[in-house]
Design a protein around this ligand. Structure first.
Ligand SMILES: Nc1ncnc2c1ncn2[C@@H]1O[C@H](COP(=O)(O)OP(=O)(O)OP(=O)(O)O)[C@@H](O)[C@H]1O
Ligand SMILES: [Mg+2]
Length: 251
């Protein structure tokens, strides 16, 4: 069982989209997945999954604040795919939310899953700290442009800090470029900077770049992953390839 956090300190890069769609594809392949929504401000993962925030459901906030068991906050979405939804406040947990509580709760569900995927908000802070502290891997989602690459060194430094202080198990599984457009004249420069960064931080850039595609928003109306919503689209192909790479990486 592997725990993977999808992360960046920048908003709107596709953290939630990549997390949701890879989880969806893995569940189609018979892997058992638990998604945990740690983004209390937006709870986009819960929305992508079609979880109604107004209903009487337990969330990650209840796990931390009311001290309930994570099991009682798990909601089944489809075969092999479960979620623990978010609630406002998850991102603003204070120190009392403790890494040890999170670890202990995940221990109780660990045997039921092949992967636990965690989606976080973009703001660096307690949510990132908590999630990275209990994860085996981080997948860094980035936009393939120079400004994003230069500006996003922060997250790689945060990860290094956590590796050194309280989670020596944590590895960066890789950096994935999302909303890719190969036609950009900057493609070569982007590739060069990316290479430099990946060497510096001892990680890799995934071969698969996820193309820019309107399907990546349209699918949300039906709360379906792309590989079911538009299975023959180019972006579905990208997501299947990235799923292969992630499976290879955690071996
Ligand atoms: N490959 C893509 N092509 C086109 N649109 C995309 C792609 N990936 C994501 N999007 C769209 O970009 C927007 C931001 O994506 P998403 O919510 O996944 O990003 P995020 O990093 O989780 O954002 P936040 O930091 O706000 O949590 C959404 O509207 C999503 O539908
Ligand atoms: Mg998000």
């Amino acid at each position: 069982m592997s725990i993977i956090t999808f992360i960046n300190e920048k908003g709107g890069v596709g953290k939630t989209s990549v997390c949701f769609n890879i989880a969806w594809e893995l569940s189609k392949r018979g892997r058992k997945i638990l998604m945990i929504d740690m983004d209390g401000q937006k709870a986009n993962l819960s929305f992508f999954a079609g979880v109604n925030k107004d209903s009487e459901i337990s969330t990650m906030l209840d796990v931390f604040k009311k001290n309930i068991e994570i099991k009682s906050a798990v909601k089944n979405l489809k075969e092999n795919l479960d979620i623990v939804p978010a609630d406002s406040g998850v991102a603003n947990l204070d120190m009392s939310a403790k890494v040890s509580k999170f670890r202990k709760e995940l221990e109780t569900v660990r045997a039921s899953y092949d992967f636990i995927f965690i989606d976080v908000n973009p703001a660096p802070g307690w949510g990132h700290y908590l999630s990275l502290s209990i994860s085996d891997y981080a997948v860094v989602v980035m936009l393939p442009d120079i400004a994003s690459l230069e500006g996003n060194k922060g997250i790689l430094e945060t990860i290094e800090e956590i590796q050194e202080t309280n989670n020596s198990q944590l590895k960066i599984l890789g950096i994935v470029f999302n909303k890719n457009n190969n036609r950009t004249v900057l493609a070569k420069q982007v590739a060069d900077v990316a290479k430099k960064i990946s060497v510096q931080h001892q990680t890799k850039i995934f071969e698969t770049k996820i193309r820019n595609s309107v399907s990546m928003s349209e699918n949300l109306i039906s709360h379906q992953g792309i590989t079911d919503y538009a299975p023959s689209s180019a972006v579905a192909e990208d997501l299947r390839n990235l799923t292969d790479e992630i499976l290879d990486g955690v071996k």
